[in-house]
Write a protein that binds this ligand. Structure first.
Ligand code: PGA
Length: 249
């Protein structure tokens, strides 16, 4: 049995005060919930407030990106050391918004992933096709390519903590969720690719999350799929009640 990960991606929302308010309301609602791992990824500036508010709870804090170099002249970037100094060792890598708007490529995803794994992080590596690729019947090829390149030159041993998120770009923030069957099919493609790259034992343990318009009313049917090992939630994670309903589906 793979323990599910229910992760919140807050993107560029909330101030430190709003982050604190969220945890004030959210923590009592999920207190004692151990069935799933819960991770909240605020933007960098909210991380200290979130860590403080979530201290001693069953909720881990993660970042939304990390650079591959230890340090250097990389304006606007954040290093693994800077995150570790705050005690943060969860990170989202290769989110489609990074790929779409900020020039993230399969190669930079690979670099970030290698560094994060090397530093002992639990990375959530995002893959997913855009609408035109799905309509052209290219989904499986795209997912395979993204996995091959993201996992390039990473050993199964090094990748032990890897988590993958399948996030079809056409489902993110659009209210259009992949049906549980569509998601499960894509997860199976990713798991098969992981089998080829890392071996069967690794792939059987690998948690693959689904992301893209996960809401309280569709989460149960998604999580009922054996292939789906959790959720990466954007919009519906901003409200404590709604994220609680998702976590406790
Ligand atoms: P959404 O975002 O839940 O708002 O669709 C998911 C994500 O981008 O991780």
């Amino acid at each position: 049995m793979r323990k599910k990960v229910m992760a919140a991606n807050w993107k560029m929302y909330k101030t430190p005060d709003q982050s604190r308010d969220f945890f004030r309301d959210f923590l009592p609602l999920v207190a004692g919930h151990t069935r799933d791992e819960i991770v909240v990824c605020p933007s960098f500036l909210n991380i200290p407030a979130a860590l403080d508010a979530a201290k001693g709870s069953n909720v881990a804090i993660g970042a939304q990106n990390v650079h591959w170099k230890e340090e250097g002249a990389f304006t606007g970037e954040t290093s693994v050391g800077q995150l570790l100094a705050w005690g943060v060792n969860n990170v989202i890598i290769g989110h489609s918004e990074r790929r779409q708007y900020f020039g993230e490529t399969d190669d930079t995803v690979n670099l970030r992933l290698k560094t994060a794994l090397e530093a002992g992080f639990t990375p959530i590596c995002c893959v997913g096709e855009v609408l035109e690729e799905r309509e052209a019947g290219m989904t499986d090829d795209i997912l395979r390519r993204q996995c091959v390149r993201a996992f390039h030159a990473i050993s199964a041993k090094k990748a032990a903590k890897l988590v993958v998120a399948y996030e079809p770009v056409w489902a993110i923030g659009t209210g259009k969720t992949a049906t549980p069957e569509i998601a499960a099919e894509a997860h199976a493609v990713i798991r098969k690719e992981a089998t080829e790259i890392f071996g069967e034992d690794f792939a059987n343990q690998l948690r693959i999350l689904y992301g893209g318009s996960v809401k309280p009313d569709n989460v149960s049917s998604l999580m009922a799929q054996e292939e789906i090992d959790g959720a990466l939630v954007g919009g519906a994670s901003l409200d404590p009640k709604s994220f609680t309903a998702i976590v406790k589906y």
